[in-house]
Design a protein around this ligand. Structure first.
Ligand SMILES: Nc1ncnc2c1ncn2[C@@H]1O[C@H](COP(=O)(O)OP(=O)(O)O)[C@@H](O)[C@H]1O
Ligand SMILES: [Mg+2]
Length: 318
């Protein structure tokens, strides 16, 4: 087998919190990951799942409690291994007293670029993230979206072999999100491996070749996005009128979702339950006004995994 771009084996991390009474917070519980070179790999999970901790271990910012991690076959503790990584942190906090251009330039210099090669590369990545208009402005005057963009330029300036993005679309508007997607695709064409960590399902679904779903520090699903989705039962959606939701309550355990809006009840369920749904609707004199197959999305997979893991569906999933 070829060398993986990212490898983790039985990786665990427990944080000790508090000064007097040390409380142990388990963030990772035996994580095995393998990301092949050239892949766009999604790490998906609700807040607190352990995504950022995984990234921080890969960048040697956090020491694992046990297990090991490798970048292209080398320990993240080696500078040469880390030098191949471009990193966009979760809440980038670039030096506010620099201009955007100075900040990106500094990152380029630190990685060994100099002279005209440095100048042209800095201009190139600033253009790539659409920040030419504000490159000479102090970062303290940037909005959150602008900070996100200039930080992305900083991550790209070294032409990294591995690009690690922690919640890259947070704080961005629709255009900004599209830009991140375009850049990730461009980078893949250049042969860059991308690790994209996000709690935003559509971003992962539309971009990634493979995805790992992380919940409570554990891997609960892993595979190619298409295989994960193909594996699932076909979903159906029924729209019912002239009936109120409570009268269909008996169906709930078998439904993926049940919602009432605008005097209509919308039921989502796996195809195998279609007969029961129709019988229940007829039994309460409901009027079936729509019945269709729908595509199973990563969202349902994610929610299913969350349900199995026994965690409640929080508001931090979008
Ligand atoms: N520096 C830290 N000290 C203590 N606990 C932490 C620290 N960083 C993360 N945690 C805890 O570890 C768990 C995983 O966090 P994190 O890796 O940030 O998850 P995610 O990025 O998926 O939201 C959470 O319970 C979080 O509160
Ligand atoms: Mg995080």
């Amino acid at each position: 087998m070829s060398t993986a771009a990212i490898l983790t084996e039985k990786l665990t991390k427990t944080y000790a919190v508090g000064f007097v009474k040390r409380r142990q917070v388990p963030a990772l519980r035996g994580l095995d990951l393998r990301v092949e070179p050239g892949q766009i790999y999604g790490l998906l999970g609700p807040n607190g799942a352990g995504k950022s901790t995984t990234i921080k271990i890969l960048l040697d910012l956090v020491t694992p409690s046990s297990g090991r991690a490798e970048l292209f076959g080398r320990s993240p503790s080696l500078k040469e291994a880390r030098r191949e990584v471009g990193f966009l942190p979760e809440n980038p906090a670039p030096y506010e007293y620099l201009t955007g251009r100075e900040f990106v330039r500094l990152a380029g210099q630190l990685s060994g670029l100099e002279g005209s090669a440095l100048d042209s590369r800095v201009s190139e990545v600033i253009a790539q993230v659409g920040m030419e208009y504000a490159a000479n402005l102090g970062i303290r005057r940037y909005s959150k979206g602008m900070i996100q963009r200039i930080s992305l330029a900083q991550a790209l300036v070294t032409r990294p072999r591995l690009l690690v993005l922690d919640e890259p679309t947070s704080g961005l508007d629709v255009l900004g999100r599209q830009l991140v997607r375009d850049i990730v695709r461009e980078e893949q064409k250049r042969g860059t491996t991308v690790l994209l960590c996000s709690h935003i399902i559509p971003d992962v679904e539309s971009l990634c070749d493979r995805v790992a779903v992380l919940i409570g520090g554990k891997l609960v699903r892993e595979g190619s996005v298409s295989a994960l989705l193909a594996d699932r039962q076909t979903m159906m959606e029924a729209t019912v009128e002239s009936v109120e939701l409570p009268r269909l309550e008996a169906l709930r355990p078998k439904m993926a979702s049940m919602d009432e809006a605008g005097g209509r009840v919308v039921l989502r369920f796996e195809e195998q339950h279609a007969r029961e749904v129709l019988q229940a609707v007829l039994a309460v004199d409901g009027r079936l006004t729509g019945l269709q197959r729908t595509r199973f999305s990563l969202e349902e997979l994610f929610l299913g995994a969350l349900k199995e893991s026994g965690r409640s569906v929080g508001s931090d999933i979008s």
